[in-house]
Design a protein around this ligand. Structure first.
Ligand code: SAH
Length: 234
C-alpha cells in the first residue's frame, strides 16, 4: 500500500525538493509513496491567469481566490477521497509527532500551500481544510512547511528507514527529548565518553539514558508532559 501525497502550489518545481534525495528519495523511486505537485495557476480562468485578489475590507497584500483554489482541490481530491486535506498555515494546529504518526498510518494527504496573505476563508470551510502550522514564525509560503510535514511522515512509512528501532527511541516518541549521543574516539580534545556507556552494562546504560532524557526535557521543554516531572537524580 502506498502513501499518496498531492500538493497544490504556485511553485510545483519546489517538489519533491530534498524529498527526492536519500532514504525518502529511494522510497519515492520504489513507489512506497507518491507525490504529485499541481500548479494552482493552471485553474485560473482569466487572461492574466490570476490566482489572487485584494482583501475584502482593505489592507495589505493579496488573498488566494476561493473559486480557483477549489477547482484545483477538486481536480486532485474527489468528495469521497479518504485522505485528509491540510492547509499549511501559521494559524493551524502545531504539527506534533503524534499527528505525524497518525498521518503516516493513513492513505496519504492533500496539502494546500498558501502564499501572499493567505487563502479565502470560504474555501477552507467548504473544502474542510485542516490548518496545520510548523511553528510560531511566518514563512513566505506553505511549500517549505509542506516539505517539513512530508519529511516527518515519510520517514515513518514501513520500509523507508533502514533501522526501524531508531524511529521509536527518537525525541518525542515517548514524550521525552532524546539523551546525548557519543561515538569513537573514546577521548576527544580531552573530553571522555561518559564511562557508563563503555561499561557494557545495558541496564545501567538504559537507566543513564533515561535520566539524561528526563533532565534535558525538564530543562529545555517544561511544556512537554514529561518535562513537568521532577527528573530522577543522576
Ligand atoms: N497573513 C498570514 C501569513 C501568511 S504567510 C498570517 O498572518 O497568518 C503565507 C503562507 O505561508 C501561508 O498562507 C501559509 O501557507 C504559509 N505559512 C507561513 N508560515 C507558516 C507556518 N508557520 N506554518 C505553516 N505554514 C506557514
Amino acid at each position: 500500500m502506498s502513501f499518496d501525497a498531492d500538493v497544490l502550489t504556485l511553485y510545483p518545481q519546489m517538489f519533491p525538493g530534498h524529498l527526492g534525495e536519500s532514504l525518502a528519495g529511494k522510497a519515492l523511486e520504489r513507489g512506497d509513496w507518491t507525490l504529485e505537485a499541481t500548479q494552482i495557476r493552471d485553474f485560473a480562468t482569466d487572461r492574466h491567469r490570476s490566482v489572487d485578489d485584494t482583501p475584502a475590507g482593505g489592507g495589505a497584500g493579496m488573498v488566494l481566490k476561493p473559486d480557483i483554489l477549489a477547482k484545483a482541490i477538486d481536480a486532485v481530491s474527489a468528495v469521497d477521497d479518504p485522505r485528509p486535506r491540510l492547509l499549511m498555515s501559521p494559524r493551524g494546529a502545531p504539527l506534533t509527532q503524534d499527528r505525524v504518526r497518525d498521518l503516516a498510518c493513513g492513505p496519504g494527504v492533500v496539502i494546500v500551500c498558501g502564499r501572499f496573505e493567505g487563502v479565502d476563508q470560504r474555501v477552507i470551510d467548504a473544502r474542510h481544510l485542516q490548518e496545520v502550522s510548523v511553528g510560531d514564525y511566518i514563512l513566505s509560503g506553505g511549500e517549505p512547511a509542506a516539505l517539513i510535514l512530508l519529511d516527518a511522515v515519510i520517514r515513518l512509512l514501513p520500509g523507508v528507514m533502514g533501522n526501524q528501532q531508531s524511529g521509536v527511541t527518537e525525541s518525542f516518541e515517548d514524550g521525552l527529548l532524546e539523551h546525548p549521543h557519543y561515538t569513537r574516539p573514546s577521548e576527544w580534545e580531552g573530553r571522555p565518553i561518559p564511562p557508563v556507556l563503555l561499561s557494557g552494562n545495558h541496564r545501567e546504560i538504559d537507566a543513564w539514558r533515561r535520566a539524561e532524557s528526563e533532565k534535558l526535557t525538564a530543562e529545555r521543554r517544561p511544556d512537554l508532559p514529561a518535562g513537568k516531572k521532577k527528573p530522577a537524580k543522576g
